[in-house]
Each structure stands twice: as structure tokens, then as C-alpha cells.
Design a protein around this ligand. Structure first.
Ligand SMILES: NC(=O)c1ccc[n+]([C@@H]2O[C@H](COP(=O)([O-])OP(=O)(O)OC[C@H]3O[C@@H](n4cnc5c(N)ncnc54)[C@H](OP(=O)(O)O)[C@@H]3O)[C@@H](O)[C@H]2O)c1
Length: 278
């Protein structure tokens, strides 16, 4: 495993994403992931699977302090008092006293960034989460958040895969030595059929997903949290620590950026950074 260290805490740079895994699937895949060696699990209040994820962790036989658990507060719940309430409800559902990381899931439209991130400090001070961070913030929003949050932000989680340029946010995160977590890291499966990725997979004797996940991990400060409902994919997605992409291979994957590569763009999204590809 590769780790990013933040304030003395080791964050595994490959984790399991659990969006859209519901009920028995969420329990089954989280359990299997822990059995295979995954130690970083990503959930959110809005995924409606915190109970199953929490139960899988408790019943796994893996010590809680060996697992890096992230959850997220839904943007409509963020506020001076409401963030703490939302955090406590997540902990109840997860059946744990604290998580390792909590994120503001989205910037709240029409709320000052300082007001959105200040409650994260209280969450951390109360010991409800060891680290705090944000998700889906733009470069400017992140800069403001870092400046105005009374505690250090450890992480930003954003969409990132070979079709999407995230240079502005990545550079900013690195500047504060934050971890940048790539969500939809394999483009929800879509980038895997790109002929260039298929060629690299054939050449390196790896699967297309392994090529793309390895590309993430060979970038400074970057983690990836692929999601799958297949136990075979779960296993092969984790087998990426025994090979390296060459500089040439990395360049090939960087070359797949598209100006319209973004996949997740709901109504409440901010005005995104354009990046170099736009
Ligand atoms: N912060 C946010 O706003 C936000 C937004 C979106 C996602 N996320 C987080 O990021 C995680 C990952 O993103 P995502 O779920 O959007 O998409 P993703 O991980 O990029 O892709 C998931 C898709 O890829 C397929 N897949 C996985 N491994 C594969 C393999 N080895 N070969 C072929 N296909 C494979 C899966 O199908 P199978 O089930 O068939 O394997 C699934 O359809 C989420 O689960 C969530 O935890 C966060």
C-alpha cells in the first residue's frame, strides 16, 4: 500500500468507493474488501449505506484503528449547529465513536465558505473525526476554505480520471500538502474502453482499470477510491502495487484529457475551474 501522511496520520492511497452500493451489496463488498486488504473505505450520509458499511467494519475482525473511514455531510445539512448534528447521526448509523475523515460533500450555494468549513473545526475538536476536509470545491473555494477554516484541511475529494483535467485544484492541494482523492477514478468504467488504455493494458499485461488506478497513484498526493459490485474487480483493482507505469505510459494517459470530460455536474455544483484542456 502507498500512504499519504497528514499530521502524523497515514492515509491509504487506494480505497473502496461505496456510492450506489446499497443494502446487502454494501455489506458484502465492504466485508470482502477488508478481507482482501483494503483499509480505506469511503461512504457518505447521502449514500444511505452507512449502517451496512459500519456493520461490515465491526464484523470484519480488522481492528477499527487499522481502517481509514471517511464519510461526508450532505450540503443541505451544513451549518453552525446542523453540521455537528449530521456528523453525530452518521456516527450512530456507522456504529462508531469517530471517523477518520469527514468532508463537506459539496460547497453550499450562497453560503460563505468560512461559515461552511468552520463547523468542521468543532467536529474535529470534539473528537468526532480525526481529520476534516471538503469535496467538490473549486480552486478558489479551496483557497478560501484553507484560509478561513480554524483547523487544517487534510483532504479534497473531486472527480478525477484521464478524461478530466484537475490541474488547478491538484496544484492547490499539493501546495498545502493535502491529500487529493480522485472520485470516479475510472470514469465510472467509461475510460476503460479507450483504445489507448486498452493498448497500455495489453503492453503491461494488466487490466485497463489497473492501468488507470496506477496512473492515479503515481501522481503526488493523489488517492483513488474505485467502486465495484464485483468481487473479481475488487480483487484486481487492489493488485496494483507490484508494477509501475513508465514516464511514457503516464504521458499517454495524461493525453486523454477532454474539455467536456466531467461526468458529475448536478444543479447545485459550483462554477467549475476550466483547467488547461478547456
Ligand atoms: N464526493 C463526491 O461527490 C463523489 C461523487 C461520486 C463518487 N464519489 C466516490 O467515489 C467512488 C468511485 O466513483 P464512482 O462510483 O462514481 O465510479 P468509478 O469508481 O470510477 O467507477 C465505477 C464503475 O466502474 C466499474 N468497475 C470497477 N472496477 C472495474 C474493473 N476492474 N473493470 C471494469 N469495470 C470496473 C464498476 O462496475 P462493476 O460494479 O461491474 O465492477 C462501476 O460501474 C464512489 O463510489 C464514491 O465513494 C464521490
Amino acid at each position: 500500500m502507498l500512504y499519504h501522511q497528514f499530521d502524523g496520520i497515514d492515509i491509504p492511497r487506494l480505497g473502496l468507493g461505496t456510492w450506489q452500493l446499497k443494502g446487502d451489496d454494501a455489506y458484502r463488498i465492504t466485508s470482502k474488501a477488508l478481507e482482501l486488504g483494503y483499509r480505506h473505505i469511503d461512504t457518505a450520509a447521502v449514500y444511505k449505506n452507512e449502517e451496512e458499511v459500519g456493520r461490515a467494519i465491526r464484523e470484519s475482525g480488522v481492528a477499527r484503528d487499522e481502517i481509514f473511514l471517511t464519510t461526508k455531510l450532505w450540503y443541505e445539512k451544513i451549518g453552525e449547529k446542523t453540521s455537528i448534528d449530521a456528523m453525530k447521526k452518521s456516527l450512530d448509523r456507522l456504529g462508531t465513536d469517530n471517523v477518520d475523515l469527514v468532508l463537506n460533500h459539496w460547497p453550499v450555494p450562497e453560503m460563505e465558505i468560512g461559515a461552511q468549513v468552520t463547523p468542521l473545526a468543532e467536529i474535529q475538536e470534539q473528537g468526532l473525526s480525526r481529520l476534516v476536509g471538503v469535496s467538490n470545491y473549486t480552486q478558489n473555494q479551496l483557497l478560501t476554505a484553507v484560509t478561513e477554516c480554524p483547523v487544517r484541511l487534510a483532504n479534497i475529494q473531486c472527480e478525477y480520471h484521464p478524461n478530466l483535467d484537475q490541474d488547478p485544484v491538484l496544484k492547490t492541494a499539493r501546495g498545502f500538502d493535502m491529500l487529493f482523492t480522485s472520485y470516479s477514478p475510472i470514469g465510472q468504467g467509461e475510460v476503460l474502453s479507450n483504445p489507448a488504455i486498452e493498448r497500455l493494458a495489453e503492453w503491461n499485461k494488466r487490466t485497463p482499470a489497473q492501468i488507470v488506478l496506477r496512473w492515479h497513484l503515481q501522481q503526488a498526493n493523489v488517492a483513488a477510491i474505485p467502486r465495484t459490485s464485483s468481487e473479481d474487480h475488487l480483487k484486481s483493482n487492489f493488485e496494483i502495487f507490484d508494477f509501475e507505469l513508465s514516464a511514457e505510459d503516464m504521458k499517454t494517459v495524461y493525453g486523454l484529457i477532454k474539455p467536456d470530460g466531467r461526468m458529475i455536474d448536478p444543479d447545485w455544483a459550483p462554477q467549475w475551474d476550466t483547467g488547461v484542456a478547456a
